[in-house]
Design a protein around this ligand. Structure first.
Ligand SMILES: [Zn+2]
Length: 109
């Protein structure tokens, strides 16, 4: 069984809510998580041009062809994400109110 990435978005952000790491793999990873937050908080019909989140894994050095699927756990409010191809998966906590939380924008409109 694959490991589950359990992440707390606030751990990766500065006090201003910016992505903490400025460059390198760490930043790439945080950007990946923020894309997942956008995906999970946006309905497809709200942003027709929205690009899907590609799986970042490279099993056997070949990029996984999977597209990340997302859902919000109704009990914990955590964002659940998984790759249907390689089974990479994880959860993101404390994403609410971050600048990638599109649901927040909808509510304040
Ligand atoms: Zn994958």
């Amino acid at each position: 069984m694959a490991d589950t990435w359990v992440t707390d978005l606030t751990h990766f952000l500065t006090d201003e809510g910016e992505i903490g790491p400025k460059s390198g793999p760490a930043r790439k990873l945080v950007e990946y998580f923020t894309e997942i937050v956008v995906d999970a908080t946006t309905e497809p019909w709200e942003e027709p041009g929205k690009k899907s989140v590609r799986c970042r894994r490279r099993p056997g050095r070949r990029r996984c062809a999977g597209v990340i699927e997302t859902d919000i756990d109704p009990d914990t409010d955590a964002i659940m994400w998984w790759c249907p191809v390689c089974r990479d998966k994880g959860s993101i906590n404390h994403w609410q109110g971050s600048r990638w939380d599109r649901a927040k924008d909808v509510q304040s409109r």
